[in-house]
Design a protein around this ligand. Structure first.
Ligand code: XMP
Ligand code: MG
Length: 181
């Protein structure tokens, strides 16, 4: 398996991730059977691998669109400031939207995104998040489909990065603290 000296420990290997995605897709296929078309909103860059593996398993009619978001530096993060780097190509009004996101930490990113999408008058809005950090909850945000709860450490791989590095590892791993401290 491809490894790297910055990696401390593999938390979720590829098989574990894909098996869980099978289950999430089953659930989504079941829950949306009566809906004509769903619009998947994938959050770049982090959710690109998750989105790809998830959507290969979605059998109900859907389209996928992408939005790139970026959280401001540590200070403004506390104020929940998020930037839209690239907006959706398609209008979402009256659409059944499912947000696909890589990780839930403070929940501010999802809170910001939900506010934007709700203001565009979507028909329904749900969230599918691959990982949530242990002990991190945001009463404003409900995760409808959650892959895994993970320890509150910096993780990389399977779309997740540190300074844009390690994003394409096929597994999710804990980064050595000395790398990011
Ligand atoms: P919030 O706090 O808004 O954070 O829920 C979500 C965003 O923060 C980034 N993030 C991480 N990215 N490894 C990463 O690669 C991590 O451990 C991590 N924790 C937070 C990520 O961009 C996510 O969208
Ligand atoms: Mg990131």
């Amino acid at each position: 398996m491809r490894s790297h000296p910055d990696i401390k420990k593999i938390l979720l290997d590829e098989n574990t991730i894909l098996n869980r995605i099978d289950k999430l897709a089953e659930q989504i296929n079941d829950d949306y059977t009566d809906i004509e078309n769903i619009m998947i909103v994938s959050i770049l860059k982090g959710a690109f691998m998750f989105t790809s593996d998830l959507l290969k398993r979605i059998t109900i009619p859907h389209i996928v669109d992408f939005m790139a978001l970026s959280t401001y530096g540590a200070e403004s993060r506390a104020s929940g400031e998020v930037r839209v780097i690239m907006d959706l190509r398609h209008p979402v009004q009256n659409q059944h939207v499912l947000i696909v996101e890589d990780i839930f930490d403070s929940g501010l990113t999802l809170q910001f995104l939900e506010r934007i999408l709700q203001s565009r008058n979507v028909a329904s809005l749900k969230t599918c998040v691959l990982t949530q950090k242990e002990g991190k909850k945001n009463p404003e945000i409900k995760i409808d489909y959650l892959g895994f709860t993970i320890p509150d450490v910096w993780v990389v791989g399977y779309g997740l990065d540190y300074a844009d590095k390690h994003r394409t590892l096929p597994y999710i791993a804990e980064l050595k603290p000395e790398v990011y401290h």
